[in-house]
Design a protein around this ligand. Structure first.
Ligand code: BV8
Ligand code: ZN
Length: 301
């Protein structure tokens, strides 16, 4: 049912039918995306105002970019670490954490690396971070397995301190200026001396890198196997809530189709009704238009 109510309010009859289904559901998934954190002040990736409104920033989320210009990639991630530390979980993060405490068979799959679900005390065993976290750091040397969780040092090294004018190093201009080596100092990012970048304390060889999954990289093996284990516990899924995601990134988006194949009904919560996510969620059973921070607590109360 996709009734066209005023965005942000939940149409009563849809709310009723959704909640009736939620209450009798035992096997529930939630797939979370950047739209969930939009109200916490963190820009989404695609679409208007998105962090990756330019291809440049997506180019930075790759191993190749890190190999080519680790200083630029670290400036991008140090800035996002800084931003996410200033942000606070919103009512939707808390509502999902509450549901995880209430419903045994509920599992949250989050694409977000911003740390806001963990900071909303979402039960850890019910939260799978598909793309890692801005606050994990690991060694970039192939042979070293140094991995550090919950590293909240900001800036992660002094050399990455954000310029006082708070200039945003993720803008197209700043990234392009650096990539094209434009020496215009008022937009180009300062060159970071390789020796001032975070080093691995174990092997002393490799640079540390953000513990996020870059494009072209595998999702964390333990996360994938935990999800597989959850999926094999039962041959059916009652409901999947798809919250604030354009569902364009795989394999994350693939869980929607997988859930539907196991009988799940699909509830989409998104600001933008025409954002027909790539995973063909035209077959969604509910579409709630508006801000996840307002809608999700309403749906789950
Ligand atoms: C892999 C971490 C292979 C880093 C991220 C061609 C076709 C299909 C697939 C591919 C292809 N070419 C390449 C691929 C694979 C690629 C992929 O899927 N690319 C896509 C873009 C086409 N996938 C990969 O590379 C994955 N790895 O495939 O490995 C492999 C296999 C075997 C062995 C070795 C290797 C790895 C993907 C992970 C990439 N890392 N992030 C970082 O964050 O810096 S992905 C990045 O996108 C973020 O994690 C983000 O979470 C994710 C998805 O974005 P969304 O969360 O959906 O955010 P977005 O801005 O897109 O949408 C926001 C939505 O919210 C919108 O719908 C908007 O309307 C809505 N909204 C806005 N405000 C609100 C709101 N909704 C509610 N309330 C609001 N207030
Ligand atoms: Zn190392």
């Amino acid at each position: 049912a996709t009734s066209a109510a005023r965005p942000g309010t939940v149409p009563p009859k849809d709310l009723e039918s959704f909640q009736a289904h939620l209450n009798k559901s035992t096997r529930i998934l939630a797939l979370l995306g950047a739209g969930l954190s939009a109200s916490s002040g963190l820009p989404t990736f695609r679409g208007a105002g998105g962090l990756w409104r330019t291809h440049d920033a997506v180019q930075l989320a790759t191993p190749e970019a890190f190999g080519r210009d680790p200083g630029l990639v670290w400036q991008f991630y140090n800035y996002r670490r800084h931003m996410a530390l200033q942000a606070k979980p919103n009512p939707a993060h808390y509502a999902l954490a509450d549901l995880a405490r209430k419903k045994d068979g509920f599992l949250t799959l989050s694409q977000n690396v911003d740390g806001l679900s963990p900071r909303a005390s979402h039960p850890e065993d019910k939260l799978k971070l598909l793309h890692g976290s801005l606050y994990d750091v690991k060694c970039s040397d192939f042979f070293c397995n140094y991995f550090e969780k919950n590293n909240y040092t900001d800036p992660i090294v002094p050399a990455l301190a954000i310029p006082t004018d708070d200039s945003d190093p993720t803008t197209t201009e700043a990234i392009k200026a650096r990539e094209l080596d434009i020496s215009d100092e008022n937009i180009a990012l300062p060159e970071i001396d390789y020796n001032h970048l975070p080093k691995c304390p174990t092997c002393k060889r490799g640079l540390l890198r953000p513990g996020v999954v870059w494009f072209g990289e595998m999702l964390p093996k333990d996360v994938l196997s935990d999800i597989d284990e959850w999926l094999t516990e039962s041959d059916k899924i009652d409901l999947i809530m798809v919250i604030g995601t354009s569902a364009k990134v795989y394999p994350a988006a693939g869980y929607v189709d997988l859930a539907r194949a196991k009988g799940a009904r699909v509830a989409v919560i998104n600001m933008d009704k025409k954002d027909q996510p790539a995973s063909g969620m035209y077959k969604r059973d509910w579409f709630f238009e508006g801000d996840a921070a307002t809608i999700v607590p309403e749906l789950l109360k």
